[in-house]
Design a binder for this molecule. Structure first.
Ligand code: PFF
Length: 449
C-alpha cells in the first residue's frame, strides 16, 4: 500500500502563489484575448469582471472550504463531508474527468509555448514581417511531429514535478516566477501602448457595445472566468486540502482573483493595440498571441531578449497550471486507489497523452478530426468551459451553501472563530443564494440562445 503523508503549504504567501500559479496561465494570456475578441471586446470584459468577482471569488472560497475541511482529494472530500452513500462523490469524479479533458487540450498549446521558446532562442523571428511570422505559426502547428513531441515533453515535465511531490517545488518557484511574469508583462504593456494602433485597440477592448450581449457572451464569460481561476472542477479543493488551519482563505482567494483578473486585462492591453497596429483581426483566435506578440518584440530594442524571457515565463506559467491539473488526478488516484505518486503521475499523463494527441492533430489544416463541426481541440475546450465547469461550480456552491451547515461554513472561513466574521457573512450569503442562481441563469441562457 502506498504511504502518503499530507503536506501543507508553508505560508499564506505560499498558498497565494501556488493558487496563482494554477490560475495564471494560458487562460489569461492566450484564451482571454481570444474570447474577448470573439465576443465583442468591451462588453465581454465588463461581464467577465462582474462574474469573476461576484461568482468566482465565493466559488474559490467554497472549494478551499471543502478541501481544507476534508483534507482530501475531490472524490474523497465529498465522501468525507457528505457520506459514502450519497451522490456527492460523483461531483468529485466529474472534477477528475474534467481535469483529464482540460489537460489533454491545454498541453497542445503548452507544447507550442515550448516550441516557441525554442524558436525565440534560435532567433527565428528577427527581421521577419507579419506574413512570415504568421506562416511560421501555420507551419509549426502543421508540422508532422514537432507539436506532438513538444506536447509530450510538456507532459513529461509536468509528471516529473508532480511525481516528486509538489508542495516544495511549486510553492518555491511560483513565489519567484509569478512576480517576474508580471514585471515582463508590464514592460510589454508599456511598449504596446506606444504603438500606432494603441487607441483603436484600447477602444475595441474597453468600449462596451452592449448590443453584442447575448447568452453566448454570458456563458463565454462564465466559462472563461472558471477556466482562468481554475474553479469548478476540484483543482482548488485539492490545493485547499493543503492549506493549514491558521491561514486566512478569504483574503488568499481575493488576492488570487484580483491578480488573475489583472493579468488577463493586461494581456488584452498588450494584444489588442498590437493586433490593430499590425492589421491582425481581433477575432483571429489561436494565432493572436503567437503572432502578435513576436511582432511586438520585433519593434522593441532588445526584442530578442524580451521574446526569450517572455516565452520562458509563459512556459513556466503554463507549467504551474498543468501541475495543478495533474495534481487533481494524482491526488485522487493515490488516495482512492492507494497507488504511489509516481505510478499515478505516469498513468495520469499516459491517459492524457492519448486524448491530447488527437487534440493536437485536430489543429492541422484539413484535419478530419472534427466532431459536430468542431476540432477535437475546440470540442474539449467547449465542453469543459461551457458544461463541466459551470455544472461543477453550481454543484459545489449548492453543496457548501445548502448541504453544509451555515455554522460549519462560517467556522471554517473564520478558522474556528479566530478571524472576524464580518465580510464572511456576506460571502456565505452569496454562496447560498446569489452564486447558484447566477450560474443557473447563465447556464440556461446559453441553452436557449
Ligand atoms: N487557470 C488556468 C489558466 O488560466 O491557464 C487553466 C486551468 C488550470 C484550469 C488548472 C483548471 C485547472 F484546474
Amino acid at each position: 500500500m502506498a504511504e502518503h503523508k499530507r503536506e501543507n503549504f508553508s505560508s499564506k504567501l505560499g498558498i497565494i502563489m501556488a493558487t496563482a500559479g494554477s490560475a495564471l496561465g494560458l487562460g489569461n494570456i492566450y484564451r482571454f484575448p481570444c474570447e474577448a475578441g470573439a465576443n465583442g471586446g468591451g462588453a465581454f470584459l465588463i461581464v467577465y469582471l462582474v462574474v469573476a468577482l461576484l461568482i468566482g471569488t465565493p466559488l474559490m472560497i467554497s472549494e478551499f472550504v471543502i478541501g481544507r475541511r476534508s483534507k482530501s482529494n475531490p472524490v474523497g472530500a465529498f465522501r468525507r463531508l457528505a457520506g459514502k452513500k450519497t451522490v456527492w462523490p460523483a461531483v468529485g469524479f466529474l472534477g477528475v474527468l474534467c481535469a483529464f479533458l482540460i489537460l489533454a487540450f491545454y498541453t497542445t498549446v503548452a507544447g507550442w509555448t515550448l516550441g516557441y521558446l525554442g524558436k525565440s532562442v534560435a532567433g527565428h523571428f528577427s527581421g521577419q514581417n507579419l506574413e512570415q511570422i504568421q506562416s511560421q505559426f501555420v507551419s509549426f502547428t502543421n508540422h508532422p511531429w514537432l507539436p506532438i513531441v513538444c506536447q509530450l515533453l510538456f507532459l513529461i515535465l509536468t509528471a516529473f514535478v508532480v511525481a516528486r511531490g509538489v508542495k516544495d517545488g511549486i510553492e518555491r518557484y511560483s513565489k519567484i516566477l509569478m512576480p517576474l511574469l508580471l514585471v515582463i508583462m508590464v514592460v510589454l504593456c508599456v511598449k504596446s501602448l506606444t504603438l500606432n494602433g494603441a487607441a483603436d485597440g484600447l477602444k475595441f477592448f474597453f468600449n462596451p457595445d452592449f448590443s453584442k450581449l447575448n447568452g453566448r457572451v454570458l456563458i463565454g464569460a462564465l466559462g472563461q472566468s472558471f477556466f482562468s481561476l481554475s474553479i469548478g472542477m476540484g483543482a482548488l479543493i485539492t490545493y485547499g486540502s493543503y492549506i493549514s488551519k491558521d491561514d486566512n482563505m478569504t483574503t488568499s482567494a481575493v488576492s488570487v482573483v484580483l491578480a488573475d483578473t489583472f493579468v488577463a486585462v493586461l494581456a488584452g492591453v498588450i494584444i489588442f493595440p498590437a493586433a490593430f497596429t499590425f492589421g491582425i483581426q481581433p477575432e483571429a483566435g489561436a494565432s493572436l498571441a503567437f503572432t502578435t506578440l513576436p511582432m511586438v518584440f520585433q519593434q522593441m530594442t532588445g526584442g530578442y531578449f524580451f521574446c526569450l524571457i517572455f516565452f520562458l515565463l509563459l512556459v513556466i506559467a503554463t507549467l504551474t497550471s498543468t501541475i495543478s491539473l495533474l495534481e487533481v488526478i494524482v491526488a485522487a488516484m493515490t488516495e482512492e486507489l492507494k497507488i504511489t505518486r509516481t505510478k499515478a503521475a505516469v498513468i495520469g499523463s499516459l491517459v492524457t497523452a492519448v486524448i491530447g494527441v488527437f487534440a493536437t492533430l485536430s489543429f492541422r489544416e484539413g484535419s478530419a478530426l472534427h466532431i459536430s463541426g468542431r476540432t477535437v481541440f475546440d470540442l474539449l475546450d467547449h465542453i469543459t468551459a461551457s458544461y463541466f465547469m459551470p455544472i461543477g461550480g453550481l454543484l459545489i456552491v449548492l453543496f457548501v451553501g445548502w448541504r453544509m451547515k451555515r455554522a460549519d461554513l462560517l467556522d471554517e472561513m473564520t478558522n474556528g472563530g479566530r478571524l472576524k466574521v464580518g465580510v464572511n457573512k456576506v460571502i456565505a450569503f452569496i454562496i447560498r443564494y446569489i452564486a447558484p442562481v447566477a450560474i443557473a441563469v447563465i447556464f440556461v441562457s446559453q441553452l436557449v440562445g
